[in-house]
Design a protein around this ligand. Structure first.
Ligand code: PEP
Length: 250
């Protein structure tokens, strides 16, 4: 844990949750109300259909909200898409960009991801930029090279606030996690690359780990100096699981 960066625990609900699922936010909100959360920021990225309702549940909530993706443009003829400005209007302060599921499902390149980061800056919301190697790339010993190239190409030259999420693709939703040494090595390499490119801003950029982070493994990961929080999928859907990961920050 790096004392200079307040850790973030971000829940990515993916394509899960109908209106009933808002009850998990209410439950989490009640628990967080009684907790000292100075040591950790909590964010939930629900499906867009729930974003407005979630953001309006409690205006004094300690939970912030984010979108799961945005279009590069502000508005226009892009059926089915959502712009960063629309997310902001709906109550989002963050947006996930370049998640490996979108890179795979929608063919998103690093260049497209970079456009989405710029869209988030334009709308004044913070992009959470996902990068990570595939199983094959790790087996071939290319994990560091692949991740650092994605980092380099997905981030524009002029940055405002960004969050980087290292998410090995093979660890997402599988229950598999890299060894603690591998996580440490990757996060340290990302930190060095960020400092080399952005100086002081690179020192302050939160680097989250994502990929089967669970209540039973979060603490060990979050203790690493350059792991500044987690991007959590499956374990963010139930308040009772998610709160244990938040507690691991304390
Ligand atoms: C994710 O969707 O970003 C993720 C890390 O999922 P999970 O925690 O379920 O592996």
């Amino acid at each position: 844990m790096n004392e200079a960066i307040t850790p973030l625990i971000i829940g990515n609900w993916k394509m899960n949750g109908k209106i009933k699922q808002l009850g998990e936010i209410v439950e989490l909100d009640i628990i967080l109300n009684d907790m000292n959360t100075d040591k950790c920021h909590v964010v939930i990225c629900p499906p867009t259909t729930l974003l407005i309702s979630a953001a309006q549940l409690n205006e004094n909530s300690k939970i912030a909200f984010g979108g799961q993706d945005c279009h590069v443009e502000q508005s226009g003829a892009h059926t089915g898409d959502i712009s960063a400005e629309m997310l902001k209007d709906a109550g989002a302060q963050y947006v996930i960009v370049g998640h490996s599921e979108r890179r795979a499902d929608c063919g998103e390149s690093d260049e497209i991801v970079q456009g989405k980061v710029e869209a988030a800056f334009r709308a004044d919301i913070t992009p959470i930029i996902c990068i990570g190697e595939s199983e094959n790339e790790r087996k071939q010993g290319r994990a560091l090279e692949v991740v650092l190239e994605q980092l380099d190409k997905s981030i524009p030259t002029d940055i405002k606030d960004i969050i980087v999420a290292y998410e090995p693709v093979w660890a997402i939703g599988t229950g598999l996690v890299p060894s603690i040494n591998d996580i440490n090595e990757m996060h340290n390499a990302i930190r060095v690359a960020l400092i080399k490119r952005f100086g002081v801003n690179g020192e302050k950029t939160p680097i989250l780990y994502g990929g089967s982070m669970k209540p039973n493994n979060a603490k060990e990961m979050l203790e690493l100096n350059n792991v500044n929080g987690g991007l959590v999928g499956g374990a963010s859907l139930k308040a009772s699981d998610f709160i244990q990961i938040i507690e691991a920050c304390q």
